[in-house]
Ligand binder design. Sequence first.
Ligand code: ZN
Length: 149
Amino acid sequence: MNELFDLYQEIILDHNRRPRNYRAIAEPTCSADGYNPICGDEIRIFLKLDGEKIEDVSFQGQGCAISKASASLMTVKLKGKTLIEAEKELKRFQGMLAEGEDKEVDILDFGDLASLSGVRRFPARIKCATLAWHAVEAALQGKGQASTE
Ligand code: ZN
C-alpha cells in the first residue's frame, strides 16, 4: 500500500510541476472560475466545444498541488470526450472521492486519476481535488463561477 501511495504522490507532484493544458484558450465556447476559500485555490477553466464534443479544455490559476494536479489530470481526461461522456467522468470522479477512504479504487478504470484517491483521508483536501471539476460543470451549465462553499 505504501508503494502505491508513493506512486500516487509522484503523479500528483509531476502534474503540479508540469501541469498539462495550463494555458488560456483565446475564444473559448465557455469558461468558469472556481474558488475554494478554505485553501485559497483559484482556477479558471476554458472549454472549446465542437458541437457535442470537447475539442479543447485548459486551465489557469493559483492553488495547492492537489488542486493543480487535479485540474491537470482532468483536462487530459476530458479532452476529446463528448459532453455526455464528460458528465459521466465528472460524476464518477466526484463519486470516487465521496466514498470512504478504505473503499478500493479501480486503478485500471481511473488511471492516473486514482492518484487523487489519497485525499479521501483528508476531508478538507477533497474540495481542492474537486474544484476544477465543479468549475467545468459550472462552465457547461453557463454559470461563470463555482465555489466549493
Ligand atoms: Zn487546495
